[in-house]
Structure formats: structure tokens, C-alpha cells
Design a binder for this molecule. Structure first.
Ligand SMILES: NC(=O)c1ccc[n+]([C@@H]2O[C@H](COP(=O)([O-])OP(=O)(O)OC[C@H]3O[C@@H](n4cnc5c(N)ncnc54)[C@H](OP(=O)(O)O)[C@@H]3O)[C@@H](O)[C@H]2O)c1
Length: 298
């Protein structure tokens, strides 16, 4: 298979691969440095060059694991794109955090970016996201903080994650936001119908999509037998895997979402790459929607 074509996240935005690789579970994968290098390099070979991180993944340890590879392979930095997120503080008395909370203050964003850069072994992030909507978020303070991170060269572009359309619109009125990273899959179709994907289309930015396989549940017959059966049937017809069909279902949306694959398996990276070459027809797309919703469209 020829490598995937990279595309822009937004006008004047970074060039990302059409699917990304997610590192949320990296610490649990328990890979040796050689196994991790093999996984990352397999992704890059396929053209999956965008890697999704967050400061707190793996108890704040995942970025440093990835960073060990990058520090050993600094020449790869210009060929990959690094996304990170900040703003969630889990309860951790050792850090002085007695209760889980969100923090989108200038001080926390700046400190989190510095830690991510050090852990990842890079001097810039391609994209920084506010991880969750913080009810205490001050849009002017965040806009000002993003502006200083851009001037310093530490972060090239900005976005948010898990924001409602009104939360996105509020912050986007103060500072350019290039994505809203949202949960979406055949088991979580809300963003297609609650205005989130519409807003991305209207703003000319592309959503990134987390848990595109519903954390693996889409591939377990017992989790949702009806969707699973249609996935298997279409996969058989098209001679691809059910995971490929599930990802192609998302990729078919005109908002041009970027699904983030979260599996440790090399074959899952292959499935994700194959999805980018597959254009589902409308009947297959609606058969899957019907199975997901449990009824035909009106
Ligand atoms: N912004 C946010 O709030 C947020 C929240 C959650 C996640 N994320 C990002 O989104 C990424 C993806 O999320 P996710 O891990 O839930 O995504 P996912 O791709 O929906 O789920 C991956 C999980 O499914 C399992 N799985 C079982 N069979 C599989 C198959 N055939 N193909 C692929 N996976 C299979 C994987 O296990 P194996 O490893 O054993 O294959 C893995 O545990 C994360 O790494 C993170 O970067 C962002």
C-alpha cells in the first residue's frame, strides 16, 4: 500500500496524517524500547505521522516513554506531528491536588507545555489542546496564553477537546482554534447530530476523533451485536477488516474527521491506514447508522 496523503487540519494549519496514532494507553502496553520503536516506525512507514498525547497519560509517564524514542531519533522530528493536551489535574496529594479538577489558567498551561516539551524531547508542539471544558476558563486569559506560546515558538497551533459547540464558539471568538477533539464512533454518534461536526465544517476546521472503535467495544460481538453483525457483513463484502469499516464510516463524513487509533497492535495501524483508502457508499454508511441507532432513518 502506498503511504497515506497528509492533509491540512485547517487553512494555514498544520499538515496531519488522515488518521493519527494515540498514546493514551502506551504505559499499559509495557513495550520494550525496541518494540515501541517498531510500533512508531511502522506507523510512520504507513504515513501515520501524527501522534496524539496528553500531559497526564499513563500517570504523566507516556510522553517521556515516547520521548525516549524521539531523543534517540531526533532526525524524525520534522517528519512527525506532536499533539498534546493540558488542563486536567487528577487527585494527587503528592502534587498538592486534593481533588480532581480542571485548570486552564496561564500558569498551569505554561507549566504543562514546558513539561510536555521536556518529556517528549522536542522544542515545539505542533498542536496544543485544552483537554476538557473548564467551567472556570477565562477565554481572554487562554487567548493571551496561546499568543505567548506561539510567539515563543513552543506551540505552533491550538485547539480544544470535548468542547460543546457553544464552548468552542466562545473561545474561537478570542483565539484561532484548529480542531475540537471529540469522542465519536458508531457507538457514540452524538457529534454528528449535536452541531459539533457541523460547527467544524462551518469554521473550516477538522475534528479529531477519540475512541473511534469505542475503545475496542465495536469489535466485540457482545457489546453491540447488531452493529457488530453489519460491520462483519460489510467487511466480508469489501474484503477488509471490521475495524477498517468502522474507521471508514467516520472518515466518510464531510467534516473530514481525523480518527485516532489507540491500539498497540501493528495490524491495527494497518487497519487504520486501509480505512483511508476505502470510500464507503451511502447504503453501507446508512446500514451501519441504522444498526447503531436501532431504527431506520425517518
Ligand atoms: N481527548 C480526549 O479526551 C481523549 C480521550 C480518550 C482518548 N483520547 C485519544 O484517543 C486515542 C484513541 O482512543 P482509544 O484508545 O479509546 O481508541 P480505540 O481505537 O477506539 O480503542 C483502542 C482499544 O481497542 C482495542 N482493540 C481491540 N481490538 C482492536 C482492533 N481490531 N483494532 C484496534 N483496536 C482494538 C485496543 O486493544 P489492543 O491494544 O489490544 O489492540 C485498544 O485497547 C487515545 O490513545 C488518545 O490519544 C483522547
Amino acid at each position: 500500500m502506498s503511504p497515506l496523503h497528509a492533509t491540512q487540519l485547517a487553512p494555514r494549519g498544520p499538515v496531519f496524517s488522515p488518521v493519527a496514532a494515540g498514546l493514551w494507553r502506551l504505559h499499559d502496553w509495557n513495550l520494550s524500547p525496541a518494540e515501541l520503536a517498531h510500533w512508531i516506525e511502522h506507523a510512520i512507514q504507513l504515513g501515520i505521522t501524527t501522534f496524539d498525547h496528553a500531559d497526564l497519560y499513563g500517570g504523566f509517564r507516556c510522553e517521556a516513554l515516547f520521548g525516549q524514542w524521539l531523543k534517540a531519533n531526533p532526525g524524525q522530528r520534522e517528519h512527525i506531528q506532536l499533539v498534546s493536551k493540558c488542563g486536567i489535574k487528577p487527585a494527587d496529594p503528592a502534587r498538592g491536588w486534593q481533588v480532581k479538577h480542571y485548570d486552564s489558567s496561564r500558569g498551569h498551561i505554561l507549566a504543562s507545555v514546558d513539561a510536555s516539551l521536556q518529556n517528549l524531547g522536542t522544542d515545539y508542539l505542533d498542536l496544543l489542546l485544552i483537554h476538557r471544558p473548564d467551567p472556570l476558563l477565562d477565554p481572554d486569559e487562554v487567548a493571551d496564553t496561546f499568543a505567548s506560546l506561539k510567539v515563543s515558538g513552543k506551540v505552533r497551533h491550538f485547539g480544544v477537546s470535548n468542547f460543546s459547540p457553544s464552548q468552542f464558539a466562545l473561545l474561537a471568538a478570542r483565539t484561532p482554534l484548529l480542531t475540537n477533539q471529540l469522542e465519536a464512533s458508531l457507538l457514540h454518534t452524538a457529534p454528528l447530530f449535536d452541531g459539533s461536526f457541523d460547527q467544524c465544517l462551518q469554521a473550516g476546521v477538522r475534528p479529531m476523533v477519540w475512541s473511534p472503535l469505542a475503545g475496542g467495544r465495536l469489535l466485540q460481538a457482545e457489546a453491540h451485536p447488531a452493529v457488530h453483525a453489519v460491520l462483519v457483513q460489510i467487511a466480508g463484502e469489501l474484503a477488509v477488516t471490521p475495524a477498517t469499516v468502522a474507521l471508514a464510516w467516520l472518515l466518510r463524513h464531510p467534516a473530514r474527521p481525523i480518527p485516532i487509533s489507540g491500539s498497540r497492535r501493528l495490524s491495527s495501524l494497518d487497519d487504520a491506514a486501509a480505512a483511508c483508502q476505502l470510500q464507503l457508499d451511502r447504503q453501507h454508511w446508512f446500514a451501519l447508522l441504522e444498526a447503531a441507532h436501532g431504527h431506520p432513518v425517518a
